[in-house]
Write a protein that binds this ligand. Structure first.
Ligand code: ZN
Length: 326
């Protein structure tokens, strides 16, 4: 294999780290493995015209946002993105880092995850941490860490006055661990249900709109929303993850064998969220359906009996959330 050490075309290793380029046989593209960004693929033309060190199209903060995006895809979705012109084009419309509040939450998550996994303090804030939490640079991570210490959420030794920055020997405080645990279990609930479904189905759409959303809101006091109800700028995948992470319960419709719905339900299951599956009755009863939800809670629906469906769904939700049943 043809490997060489290069300057990373995305983060430019502006804050350190090394990058290895691995030439791919037969196509005009290479795989990159950067200490900061993680793994991605890039073709020669995109490198030349958009991302190389001499290109001014993306400023430092936008490059940090691309870096964060690649790491997210690597870590959360197990994907190695190919940064072609389409990818960058879509990205450019939404090129922004997470808000500082989200960066802080990500920092708490990271420290908690590290200490939990290794059973030891985090000796120092690693240089790639800015890419992981979505901060613009390592200096900002250091500032956030010091602020979280002042807030009583992180503990560690403040080395801001020394040559190093931020904290060393970092751990969560008791309060920090409680926050972490709540976050981990998805208990920092936004007080709404998330509905994963295929959009624009002429039966399902009105069913959800007329019989499910209003009933859930009236009977249980929770808003029930799908991605169309969320009007926020940003990258759609990340908004979706956040929507699921902060929801109290997820309702997933399996009628259409929609791959996104499966992914969303799986992500929610992984977070140990309660997930209730719904499916059109004849589809559910067919032998050739490719999902097996015999071990899951599934409520079937029929186009001509919407009230019966919403009543059964409501009962199932109450049981699932251990809300008072009758
Ligand atoms: Zn990089």
């Amino acid at each position: 294999m043809n490997e060489s050490k290069v300057q990373c075309p995305v983060c430019l290793n502006a804050h350190g780290g090394e990058c290895i380029k691995i030439a791919l046989a037969s196509i005009d593209a290479a795989k990159y493995q950067c200490d900061i960004c993680g793994q991605f693929q890039l073709d020669g033309l995109t490198l030349l015209t958009r991302l190389g060190a001499d290109n001014q199209e993306f400023d430092q903060v936008q490059r940090a946002a691309i870096t964060h995006r690649i790491r997210n895809l690597n870590d959360e979705a197990g994907q190695i993105p190919a940064l072609d012109s389409d990818w960058l084009g879509e990205f450019k419309d939404h090129a922004a880092l997470p808000t500082p509040a989200t960066q802080m939450l990500n920092l708490i998550r990271y420290v908690g995850w590290y200490v939990h996994k290794n059973g030891a303090h985090l000796k120092q804030l690693p240089i790639e941490l800015y890419a992981v939490i979505g901060a613009p640079n390592p200096e900002r991570v250091a500032e956030l860490a010091v602020e979280l210490k002042a807030e009583g959420i992180l503990k560690g030794v403040d080395v801001s006055n020394l040559q190093d920055k931020g904290l060393i020997d970092v751990d969560l405080t008791t309060r920090g661990w409680k926050e972490y645990q709540m976050e981990y279990e998805g208990k920092k609930s936004g007080g709404y249900f998330f509905i994963a479904l295929q959009f624009h189905d002429e039966i399902l759409d009105p069913l959800i709109k007329t019989y499910i959303k209003p009933v859930i809101e009236k009977e249980l006091g929770f808003k029930a929303q799908d991605m169309r109800d969320v009007a926020r700028a940003g990258i759609i995948d990340e908004i979706m993850r956040q929507q699921i992470r902060d929801s109290t319960l997820v309702i997933a419709d399996l009628t259409h064998d929609n791959a996104n719905v499966y992914w969303e339900a799986g992500f929610a299951e992984g977070l140990k969220k309660p997930v209730i599956y719904i499916c059109e009755e004849s589809k559910f009863n067919r032998k050739d359906r490719y999902f097996d939800t015999s071990h899951c809670t599934t409520v079937t629906w029929k186009a001509d009996a919407p009230e019966d469906f919403s009543a059964r769904l409501l009962e199932t939700i109450k049981r699932s959330l251990q809300l008072e049943v009758k």
